[in-house]
Ligand binder design. Structure first.
Ligand code: BES
Ligand code: MN
Ligand code: ZN
Length: 473
């Protein structure tokens, strides 16, 4: 779907208004009060009460009026969801005007645009026939072009991340991902450096090379830098880029393998986030590190018992080849820490244990610093993405003690997400570091509001907000 966003002075033929729960107040009170008996009867029959997720179209002469539920207590995230539900309801209607943003809420215009654009998301690249259409959303009133621009840019970045996650694994080799990023970043003030296998050997990235050994597609380390003039703070982001996780020799079963093309969702969010930050010209320096490889069981693959040496010199015993994310992140985090940034955030579909603990919608958050943890929590809240703080108890470190190396890559089953976080901590240096485990929210299981099935683009928005909060600190 190609959607254009703009503004207009008048409601058009298809117009969407917001209605609060209880059906007494609306964003277009005149239009709403003017509804006739038959239209109200239609609303009653449909069960429309004004809850979020409800959208009903009522005929109004030769026009169509969409009533969009806004719930009782509206915040930016709810408004984004409401706009997403509207996008799902308008189907093939080519032009919709709306007053949904007239709710007296900070950031309302952006929330409506983001929700609408993301609610229309469909992954159509692999359909034989061209199923994509065109649509436009016009906001009624005096709307700031800069808001339209910024919301459009964020939605575009999230869409790019969703597309990359949804792309079949054969079509997103490490090199293909590098190229996709290079074309996305073209024309922006972003410097890209890519290490191939020879570079990785010279640079001692033993974790990434070890995981890559079982695959025929050569690994890459993608690094990119955005350094706007006047920035005083540096954010480093490390994204897990396993383009397909078969488990390696510790092969996954069908049930767990079927969505593993999504194991590069952290990488996608990192790359898309950087581009959105640069487009918004946020005054924070941002460095990203993205280790990219498949995890496959080829003849040269890691064997349980093998020992790898990460970039920072620490050794890792590979007891389970399916705990590969922490091995590649070890190199990414080591590189990030070398630059002594003000904050390191890593984002990774790291453990099934985090998914089990928090379900589909929450990311787990671990941090070595309370202040840094709180900053990322605040950023996620602004972004409408749900994160939950988890503990980092140092006495649990003994679960990853190894008999032959500095650590082993699996702890015990109970607390698996915590052991993984403690493993990463060994590579994050001494500065503030926040780890986001997005194993749950990276993948969507139902269409609802602006959420899609498949890749969700989770994290893009939070990273943009983190850079924004650091700008002012
Ligand atoms: N990519 C998986 C984690 C995952 C699971 C992501 C479900 C998204 C949804 C990761 O590489 C993995 O396999 N982790 C293992 C670790 C274990 C072997 C210590 C896991 O969680 O089972
Ligand atoms: Mn794995
Ligand atoms: Zn994985």
């Amino acid at each position: 779907m190609t959607t254009t966003i703009g503004s207009t002075t008048q409601p058009g033929v298809a117009h969407a208004i917001g209605v609060y729960e209880g059906r007494e107040t609306s964003t277009d009170q005149d239009l709403f009060d003017g509804l006739g008996l038959s239209q109200l009867a239609l609303l009653d029959a449909s069960g429309f009460t004004g809850k979020i997720s409800q959208v009903v179209a009522v005929p109004d002469g030769d026009k169509l009026l969409y009533l969009v539920g806004l719930g009782e207590e509206l915040d930016r995230e709810q408004l984004r969801q409401a706009a997403g539900w509207l996008a799902r309801s308008v189907g093939r209607i080519e032009e919709v005007t709306t007053s949904l943003h007239s709710v007296g809420l900070d950031g309302a215009v952006q929330a409506v645009i983001e929700g609408f654009l993301l609610g229309q998301y469909e992954f159509t690249e692999y359909h034989a026939s061209d199923v994509a259409g065109t649509a436009s959303l016009l906001l009624v009133g005096d709307v700031d072009d800069a808001d339209i621009e910024r919301a459009g840019s964020l939605a575009m970045a999230v869409t790019w991340a969703r597309d990359l996650v949804n792309r079949p694994p054969r079509d997103k080799s490490p090199q293909a991902i590098v190229e996709a990023f290079q074309s996305l970043a073209e024309g922006l003030p972003i410097d890209v450096t890519v290490w191939d296998v020879a570079d990785l050997e010279r640079e001692r990235c033993g974790g990434l090379l070890g995981v890559n050994a079982g695959s025929t597609a050569p690994a890459r380390m993608l690094m990119a830098e955005y350094s706007p003039e006047g920035a005083t703070q540096t954010l480093a982001v490390v994204g897990k880029g396993i383009v397909f996780d078969s488990g390696g020799l510790n092969l996954k079963s069908f049930e767990f393998m079927k969505t593993m093309k999504s194991d590069m969702a952290g990488a996608a969010a990192t790359m898309a986030g950087l581009v959105a930050i640069a487009r918004a010209q946020i005054l924070t320096r941002v460095l990203v590190y993205v280790p990219l490889t498949e995890n496959m069981p080829g003849g040269a693959a890691n064997r349980p018992g093998d020992v790898l040496t990460a970039r920072n010199g620490k050794t890792m015993e590979v007891l389970n080849t399916d705990a590969e994310g922490r091995l590649v992140l070890a190199d990414g985090l080591s590189l990030a820490a070398e630059g002594n940034p003000d904050l390191i955030v890593d984002i990774a579909t790291l453990t099934g244990a985090s998914h089990v603990a928090l379900g589909h919608k929450y990311a787990g958050l671990w941090s070595s610093s309370d202040a840094a943890g709180s900053l990322v929590e605040a950023a996620a809240a602004r972004a409408g993405e749900r994160v939950w703080r988890m503990p980092l108890p140092l006495d649990y470190r003994k679960a990853i003690d190894s008999d032959v190396a500095d650590m082993k890559n699996t702890g015990e089953r109970y607390g698996g997400a915590i052991h993984a976080a403690l493993f990463l901590k060994e590579f994050a240096g001494d500065g503030p570091w926040v780890h986001l485990d997005i194993a749950g929210p990276a993948w969507g299981y139902d269409k609802a509001g602006y959420q899609s099935v498949g890749g969700t683009g989770f994290g893009v928005s939070t990273l943009v907000e983190v850079a924004g909060l650091m700008e002012g600190s």
